[in-house]
Design a binder for this molecule. Structure first.
Ligand code: PMM
Length: 275
């Protein structure tokens, strides 16, 4: 993983080229604008730009593979031409394949391989890093799937099953990165429990990515006196707190919208861990 740094946590900058994503949706309709935002995130220290074309926001509409590819491929090609390391946030094998051909070097799969039976083959043949996120169902149904006996043990076990499936398909263990999937078929209490026990995933010996940035459980945490959630753009300090605690727990990386504060936190964490 040549994009990853040895001296601190990896920071993925989110680039959602979707009209409906919950936090930055609709802000980067044109390729040039998306590229400019990605370059700004690079200047702020992002190690990898995570390009996604289909919102996974609860209740978001799903689009077809063709529309998804049309959104992400021009941006990925332009970023690759500019020498920017790119991951593609997709669960569709055909989109991942096309993105790799356009210059992406990492697959970020929010379904952990469950969304498309062909994804393992694409990852195996490419030999690229493959982020396996804990996932139980698409956003239209995921709220109904948020039931666990013990969320930490259940997520760990279900992720292990995904790892086993990837290895059985011929994927090398060095390609795999695990992600607890905060907010995906999880209540706020589930998210906090997973964050409190990140060691249960880190102990598996694979890199762990944490993606809490701006998510609604932070909005609920920071709700005002009337119970109104803190607006998306005002969840940054809490996001950085999660970056910090994830780093101290030994997470490999974070996926964030606002790159600079989390890079600063990652550097501070690295200094503490090195001292
Ligand atoms: N969350 C979102 C999208 N992609 N990828 C990974 N690996 N982990 C996540 O938790 C994750 C993801 C949804 O949030 P967004 O709308 O900010 O992209």
């Amino acid at each position: 993983m040549e994009f990853a740094r040895a001296d601190r946590m990896t920071v993925l900058g989110v680039l959602n080229v979707t009209p409906d994503s919950f936090s930055d949706g609709g802000r980067y309709p044109a390729v040039a604008d998306a590229v400019a935002h990605a370059l700004a995130m690079r200047a702020d220290g992002a190690d990898l730009i995570d390009v996604g074309g289909e919102s996974t926001r609860p209740g978001a509409a799903r689009i077809g593979a063709g529309a998804e590819a049309q959104r992400v491929l021009p941006v990925i090609s332009a970023l690759a031409a500019a020498g920017v390391p790119v991951s593609v946030d997709t669960y569709r094998a055909s989109v991942a394949q096309a993105a790799l051909e356009a210059g992406a070097t990492v697959i970020n799969d929010v379904t952990g391989g469950l969304g498309d039976p062909d994804m393992a083959r694409v990852a195996r043949d490419a030999g690229c890093p493959w982020i396996l996120m804990h996932w139980r169902g698409h956003s239209d149904v995921m709220a109904t799937l948020a039931t666990y006996d013990d969320v930490v043990a259940d997520v760990r076990r279900e992720l292990c099953t995904r790892v086993d499936a990837a290895l059985a398909a011929g994927v090398d263990p060095s390609q795999l990165i695990l992600d607890p999937g905060l907010g995906f078929a999880k209540t706020a209490a589930h998210n906090w429990a997973l964050l409190a026990h990140l060691d249960a995933l880190i102990d598996l010996g694979l890199p762990v990515l944490v993606a809490a940035s701006r998510k609604s459980f932070l909005g609920s945490l920071l709700a005002d006196g009337e119970g109104a959630p803190r607006p998306v753009g005002e969840r940054e300090s809490a996001t950085v707190a999660i970056t910090t605690m994830a780093g101290l727990a030994g997470a490999w990386g974070v996926r964030v919208h606002e790159v600079r504060p989390s890079v600063d936190a990652a550097r501070a964490v690295a200094a503490v861990r090195a001292a």
